[in-house]
Design a protein around this ligand. Structure first.
Ligand code: F0G
Length: 546
């Protein structure tokens, strides 16, 4: 460690010589105004704080003797050595949006500071807002917001190595599969205050049986159901709740058909915030409702569907100053990007041909696309895989829009047993549309029977998932038959939620009792009925020998 807390002769630099505390303010080190006397004080560079002063995010003190310091205004420039101090063991380059530290020590060598702000998603509008504004829509035109980074060049290989090394660290923020990639998130140092339940770290699972079912040579599932509350929402929620903390909010809210509510309740309570959950009355699985209650969320059941309740909650959040944590919240999207970061890391940064995911409100689609674009722009991957978004037939407004063109038409009465994607008015469709265009992706829809059968097949792989996740396999099967996906393609399907989300669905399918929303029977094609047997060894043996 370079930092020596006992160092007594420390002298602070004037503010203009410091790295600014958070992204959004100037981060130029102006050594010209300095006497360069030892030591140099560097204030709040995320990386310094993290590496040199554990648990102190706002300042770090680095004895100048350890560094040679100079200024460079572009990544290509060498630092101006005339402004350097100390022995030539290391150098610090700083420019407006990044700082790079290079040392001859083994461990650290590259610091990336990305200036982040909220930007209107509509390019024509172009409005920008500070990262700490509690808003979800553009104040100028009302469109969705997204986090926008002004990042420069990074030393890609070095960062890949650092992220990999963090997997064996015992530090919370290295263990989290979200905060491990903190350099690519808009928290610049604030991650030390983040609330983490060790989210992410979800496996890539090979599924030969599911591959054969979909006529593929190989198929991998990235299973987000392994998350602490059982779904991919945890990747986003750790960031959303951390942003609520950064904004000083006391109360957070969401509308949910299950997974979002469980996730928000857990993270908000872990952070000491007050969670308020709105759910469509009678339309949520008991397992998920149980989680929200257990994690201490005030739970309000509303006689309306998801889309209607979201509109209601937006009004209430505005009126009561509650921070909204549905996927219109850009920080949720930032966290969900890490599903892709981790997937690429697990694949040694070799992108697959396809990434397939279910589409409801389309937040995840926009997160995946944004992650892929950012990785490409930073030189971490060379090509963007194609996204395939799968919707349920009864809730497929995005499919209809992509197929028919024209204005986006919401579906007033969406229906599917896959409640996680039972959404007729997906808020993130404009972002998802962009990501489908950029990735040369496709959108497909599948029937209730196709979802149910695919789900049983994923179960037979020993993997299991909730119904919306199974839409991926059903969609892949359809796209392979249609020749859109080739048999030899490298496909990763993202299973978004745990098998225990809708246990009633599972029981009914396997016992031949499952009915679609119109009341039609769903065939139990891969059913596995429990068998009632007498308390009689001979009788049981006869059954098992059959
Ligand atoms: N898969 C699962 C398991 C989900 O819980 C959700 C959304 C989706 C897919 C759809 O993702 O909206 O990003 O396209 N669940 C919300 C909820 C509705 O309330 O938990 P999206």
């Amino acid at each position: 460690m370079f930092y020596n807390p006992e160092h007594s002769a420390l002298r602070a630099m004037p503010p203009q010589a410091a790295l600014a505390p958070f992204a959004g303010s100037a981060s130029k080190i102006d050594l010209a105004d300095n006497t360069l006397a030892n030591p140099i004080r560097i204030i709040c560079s995320d990386y310094f704080a993290d590496e040199f002063v554990p648990r102190r995010s706002t300042e770090a003190i680095v004895p100048a003797l350890q560094f040679q310091i100079g200024i460079a205004y572009s990544p290509a420039q060498q630092p101006d050595q005339s402004k350097s101090v100390g022995p030539s063991r290391a150098r610090l380059l700083a420019q407006e949006d990044r700082a790079v530290v290079e040392t001859n020590r083994d461990h650290i060598v590259d610091t990336l500071i990305m200036l982040a702000e909220l930007a209107c998603f509509k390019q024509k509008c172009g409005a920008r807002f500070p990262i700490n504004e509690p808003i979800y829509n553009c104040r100028t035109c009302g469109a969705l917001l997204e986090v926008s980074f002004r990042n420069g060049h990074i030393h890609a290989e070095q960062w890949k190595k650092t992220w990999r090394e963090r997997r064996i660290s015992n530090e919370v923020y290295d263990q989290s599969g979200v905060w491990r990639y903190r350099e690519l998130l808009p928290f610049d140092g604030y991650h030390l205050q983040a609330v983490s339940l060790r989210e992410g770290n979800t496996p890539l699972l090979n599924a030969p049986r599911a591959a054969a079912y979909a006529s593929l040579q190989r198929l991998t599932f990235k299973h987000q159901g392994y998350n602490p509350t059982g779904s991919f929402k945890d990747n986003g929620m750790t960031c959303g709740v951390t942003q609520a903390l950064r904004l000083g909010k006391k109360r957070v809210a969401c509308v949910s058909t299950g997974n979002t509510s469980a996730s928000m309740a857990a993270y908000a309570s872990a952070a000491g915030l007050d969670p308020v959950v709105f759910i469509p009355h009678g339309n949520i699985s008991y397992g998920k409702l149980a989680q929200a209650l257990e994690y201490g969320a005030r739970t309000l059941q509303v006689e309306a569907n998801f889309d209607q309740i979201l509109a209601l909650v937006r009004v209430l959040a505005e009126r009561l100053g509650i921070y909204l944590l549905n996927s219109i919240n850009p920080f949720r999207i930032e966290g969900q990007k890490t599903i892709i970061f981790e997937m690429m890391d697990q694949r040694d940064w070799n992108p697959p041909d396809w990434i397939v995911l279910p589409g409801g409100n389309l937040g995840n689609t926009s997160a995946f696309g944004k992650a892929l674009r950012e990785l490409r722009d930073l030189g971490l991957i060379s090509v963007i895989p194609r996204l395939a978004v799968i919707q349920a037939e009864g809730a497929s407004p995005f499919y209809d829009f992509m197929r028919n063109g024209g204005a986006f038409q919401s579906q007033p009465d969406p229906h599917t047993l896959a409640t996680a994607i039972k959404i007729g008015d997906p808020v993130s469709w404009p972002k998802a549309f962009q990501e489908i265009e950029v990735s040369k992706g496709v959108v497909e829809k599948v029937s209730e029977q196709e979802i149910a059968d695919a789900k049983a097949i994923i179960g037979r792989c020993g993997i299991g998932c909730e119904p919306a996740s199974a839409a991926t396999l059903a969609g892949i099967k359809k796209l392979t038959l249609a020749g859109v996906i080739s048999e030899s393609d490298d496909v990763v399907a993202v299973l978004t939620g745990n098998v225990l989300k809708d246990p009633d669905y599972i029981y009914q399918y396997h016992t031949g009792q499952l009915k679609d929303p119109e009341g039609r029977n769903i065939e139990s094609r891969f059913g596995n009925k429990p068998i009632v047997v007498p308390n009689d060894a001979d009788a049981i043996a006869r059954i098992l020998e059959r």
